[in-house]
Design a protein around this ligand. Structure first.
Ligand SMILES: [Zn+2]
Length: 247
């Protein structure tokens, strides 16, 4: 199971064939070729692309105000202001979950048995707060999801060779993730975090099978022609959109 690039018209996006072959979802992650997906006022490119690539009705797209926390939102009715959350879960057909990233990880969770989905935004703060694992456990609590049934797609983000973090974060992580294998490396006096493997281990800890977790091979900082990167481009970097919807 792995992420693949797919061409549609002049656009390219990432998807996992095994997710599609369940026949119950539409999903994918835009690349730079689709343009900046930032969902700020006056910019509706994300709605246009969600419609072109994933056949989502713009009215069904749920967008959160991502705050690097571990709040999980269960969209039902549209509200006037986007809720503060970094993960979305639903078992309702037709609701389009969306997450926006540039270096942080988008994580797709699919329970094909109970037909439940989750979409997560995980940077180092969210990862430290176990946002991915917490989202899966919430699916278990609300929808009786069995982690053994789940397939997980960890999308493109900054890799373990490029992601430098501060000494206080290192100290905290070593304490919080005791018993986890090497997700931190020291090189030339820098502390480097492999955020994908740390998230993968959290899913394994929660009972997901290793073979059912796919980690994207692309690093957003090293593939700047394909992806937006906060690390490489700073505050004005565009965003990629992740989309997940039950059909
Ligand atoms: Zn890298």
């Amino acid at each position: 199971m792995s992420w693949k690039l797919k061409h549609q018209q002049e656009y390219e996006y990432l998807y996992i064939p095994e997710f599609d072959s369940t026949g119950i979802i539409a999903h994918g992650i835009t690349t730079r070729s689709c343009g900046d997906m930032s969902p700020v006022a006056g910019k509706d490119n994300y709605q246009r692309m969600a419609s072109i690539l994933f056949q989502s009705d713009p009215k069904t797209i749920f967008v959160c105000r991502q705050i690097h926390g571990n709040n999980i939102y269960k969209p039902e009715k549209r509200c006037a202001y986007p809720p503060e959350a970094d993960a979305l879960i639903t078992n309702r057909k037709g609701i389009t979950l969306s997450i926006f990233t540039a270096d942080c990880l988008p994580i797709f969770i699919l329970d094909p048995e109970k037909e439940v989905i989750g979409l997560v935004h995980a940077g180092w703060r969210g990862t430290m707060a176990r946002i991915g694992q917490k989202t899966l456990l919430e699916m278990k609590k609300i929808y009786q999801t069995n982690p053994k049934d789940c397939i997980i797609g960890i999308g493109p983000g900054i890799c373990g060779k490029c992601y430098e973090i501060g000494a206080t974060v290192v100290e905290y992580m070593l304490k919080e993730f005791k018993g986890f294998t090497s997700f931190l490396q020291q090189k030339n006096g820098k502390n480097l975090l492999d955020i994908s493997s740390l998230n993968k281990q959290q899913f394994k800890e929660a009972g997901v099978l290793e073979k059912n977790i796919s980690v994207c091979k692309y690093c957003t900082a090293e593939n700047n022609s394909l992806f937006y990167s906060y690390r490489m481009e700073g505050e004005n970097a565009g965003r990629m959109m992740s989309v997940l919807r039950l059909r």
